[in-house]
Ligand binder design. Structure first.
Ligand code: SAM
Length: 350
């Protein structure tokens, strides 16, 4: 009979090792291990070490750890062992794959990891640790941290781009959007999400509205086949007028801000509203007891002024501006979606 091993703290040990797992993935990605192994036959240890310009011993440890985590496989070919990407690694970790997470992984390594190394201070002080980690005083994390240098800006945009490409199709097809002809993706960043919406809806045009520092980089992220139904407008959603549209999209924007700041944006949106408009909000939705998913709660640990919210919390926030929750979709992808409309009687309130 199998003995009861509840006296062994397996789950605690794997939580404890979590940081080593993350850093192994980050390091293999940063050293482009998955790119050099993106070759049909696989490569020997010596070949990988040569191509990533690293020591044999260090490379061997890294590759063995990656095999143990299911990121790579090692197979014998005649007399020699070769390393290969697993199917998942080829799909999601190779830099130029259409759904590559490479940009997001580098962001986690270069921006989020340093913040987490100051987690104790973040908890004690209840503030973000950008100043300790990066020496920057921040009023607005986007303008003062992410967009302060071109190199950091591109890395942040790359991170947003990679998640948007992985989630975009599921968000674009989460609801029947056939009644909308024009959309405005507020804080739409590189446009990756917008392109998924125009792909899924042949009648829809999408305008991306984002800060000038972001919009000026748009060509860097433009897909090979340009889509004339996608356009870009630069502006600040707390200060400037928003473009007119039938459908507004707020993807991963609301969690970044406090309720007070969001009231500025939402009142602006409310004023643009005409009957028949829709608002698609995409976020990781917490359950009502705020217990899951832990991905959202872990992300909150290094957040600045925003917070993660449940469906009811988002709904209450938006209700103050007359937006009524019509549909919720748990996509089983990295982001969920909610569709809001404004009822006739609500229109009178704003
Ligand atoms: N919606 C994109 C997505 O889901 O991939 C990007 C989400 S990113 C977390 C937040 C976006 O909001 C960034 O592109 C950022 O530049 C934009 N943003 C932040 N503050 C802004 C402001 N005041 N006005 C316009 N855009 C802003």
């Amino acid at each position: 009979a199998k003995c009861n091993r509840q006296d062994v703290p397996h789950s605690i040990i794997s939580l404890l090792d979590g940081f080593k797992v993350s850093k192994t993935l980050f390091t293999a990605s940063k050293l482009k291990v998955f790119d050099v192994l993106n070759t049909p036959g696989g490569l020997t240890l010596e070949e990988v070490a040569g191509q990533i310009n690293a020591s044999l011993l260090g490379t061997e440890r890294l590759l063995e750890a990656a095999v143990s985590l299911g990121l790579l496989e090692r197979v014998r070919q005649e007399e020699i062992s070769v390393y290969r990407n697993t199917e998942q690694a080829s799909r999601f970790l190779v830099t130029d794959s259409p759904v590559s997470l490479h940009g997001y992984i580098l962001h986690c390594n270069d921006m989020v990891w340093p913040l987490f190394s100051h987690l104790e201070s973040a908890v004690r002080e209840g503030t973000s640790q950008h100043e300790r980690a990066f020496g920057k005083k921040k009023e607005d994390v986007f303008q003062d941290v992410y967009y302060s240098k071109d190199e950091v800006k591109i890395r942040f945009m790359d991170a947003m781009h990679s998640i948007a490409r992985v989630t975009g199709k599921d968000l674009a097809t989460a609801f029947d959007l056939s009644c909308y002809k024009t959309a405005c993706d507020i804080g739409g960043c590189t446009g990756a999400m917008a392109y998924e919406f125009t792909k899924a809806h042949p009648e829809l045009s999408v305008t991306i509205f984002d800060l000038p520092q972001v919009i000026e980089m748009r060509r860097h992220f433009q897909p090979k086949e340009n889509d004339e139904r996608v356009s870009f407008v630069a502006g600040d959603f707390f200060k400037d007028d928003l473009p007119k549209a039938d459908l507004y999209i707020l993807a991963r924007v609301l969690h970044d801000w406090s309720d007070e700041k969001l009231h500025v944006l939402l009142s602006k949106l409310s004023k643009m509203w005409t009957p028949g408009c829709g608002l698609l909000v995409s976020e990781i939705l917490l359950d009502e007891e705020r217990r899951r998913p832990s991905r959202a709660l872990l992300q909150a640990l290094s957040m600045t002024e925003g917070k993660q919210r449940s469906t009811a919390e988002y709904s209450a926030l938006l209700d103050k501006h007359g937006f009524t929750l019509k549909h919720v979709k748990h996509t089983d992808n990295l982001l969920d979606a909610m569709l809001f409309v404004k009822e006739e009687q609500n229109d009178k309130r704003t």
